[in-house]
Design a protein around this ligand. Structure first.
Ligand code: MG
Length: 320
């Protein structure tokens, strides 16, 4: 490798793609074109995660040159993007979002509800014991627990954009700052920890001066339950967190906000189904869901026992 030449490995959909011997005068869009030849993802649909300008406060754009980027030898970065055919397919989804396709009401079991089945509770206990949580900020005793999903809840993970910020749900930071007054905030996504970390960094959630995040939980903290009606389902049991902090959290002071009801299966009285945020380019000027949730969270923080609240009707608590 000659002086000044650099190789970068991009990970995309589980595969690694190496761009070799890049010169300092190569621009970001030229890198994207090289990646296009390897992945078939067009430059406009690519998002390169982890690139930073040497000059602080400067955003990376398509015309940024490699010589202006902070890069190390054999660096590994991530690419996000969908090949054009898949985008076309995704755009065929009707306007009304997949409430029906993607979701369902919590199934009633013929015998026992899922949240009381021994074998599922045993799985939760295993997660309590074995799942390692990296705590960024220890939970505060006088605050309740708020667990937030990422995809379609805080972020439109399907639309295409130059920059993750374009896909951020409106009022995200205002919402988190307001929530932090009364809640310990945990982020729980059904994806992997690398993605969660990358997304939270890109959205400016990590190390935000206005609020603190207790921890991220990923798909490994979830459990699979078998239901008669729907077969195998992956779900997010709050019992994992309750088991880790038995003196702090319980069903009386915990809320999980998610766009998929299946995630409430093991903690059915603590889930609030949020309207999904998708088609960011069309909806980001009008979506006020997080903004509207702020007064509800303030109301909820005053409640002794969350199981007395009907989360399906959360709006009715703040209308008057
Ligand atoms: Mg989601």
């Amino acid at each position: 490798m000659g002086d000044g030449l650099i190789s970068i490995i991009f990970k995309w959909q589980g595969q690694e793609y190496e761009l070799q011997n890049l010169e300092g005068s190569t621009s970001v869009v030229e890198m994207k074109r090289q990646l296009q030849s390897k992945t078939k993802v067009s430059p406009g649909n690519q998002k390169l995660i982890g690139l930073k300008c040497k000059k602080p406060g400067t955003a990376v754009t398509d015309s940024t040159l490699i010589s202006d980027l902070v890069l190390k030898k054999n660096m590994k970065l991530m690419m996000m993007g969908t090949i054009d055919e898949e985008i076309e397919k995704a755009n065929e989804v009707p306007d009304d979002l997949p409430d029906v396709v993607d979701d369902f009401d919590i199934p009633t079991m013929d015998d026992l509800p899922a949240d009381r089945r021994e074998e599922f509770l045993a799985k939760i206990q295993r997660r309590v014991k074995e799942y390692k949580v990296e705590v960024f900020h220890p939970p505060e005793e006088n605050k309740k627990l708020l667990v937030l999903d990422i995809d379609y809840t805080l972020f439109d993970h399907r639309s295409v954009a130059e920059n993750g910020l374009e896909l951020m749900r409106p009022y995200l930071h205002e919402f988190l700052a307001a929530a932090y007054e009364n809640y310990n905030i945990v982020i729980w996504s059904a994806t992997g920890m690398k993605w969660i970390t990358a997304k939270m960094e890109e959205l400016g959630v990590k190390n935000n001066p206005n609020y603190k995040i207790v921890a991220y939980l990923d798909s490994m903290a979830m459990i699979t339950v078998e239901t008669k009606k729907y077969g195998l389902i992956e779900t997010k049991p709050l019992g994992v967190i309750w088991g880790k902090y038995p003196s702090l959290f319980s069903e009386k002071n915990s809320l999980l906000i998610d766009d998929l009801k299946r995630n409430f299966l093991m903690s059915p009285r603590n889930g609030l189904k949020i309207r999904p945020f998708a088609r960011a380019h069309r909806n980001r000027d009008t979506d006020r869901e997080l903004f509207n949730l702020i007064p509800f969270l303030r109301f909820l923080a005053q409640q002794e026992d969350f199981t007395t609240i009907y989360f399906d009707h959360w709006e009715s608590y703040i209308r008057k």
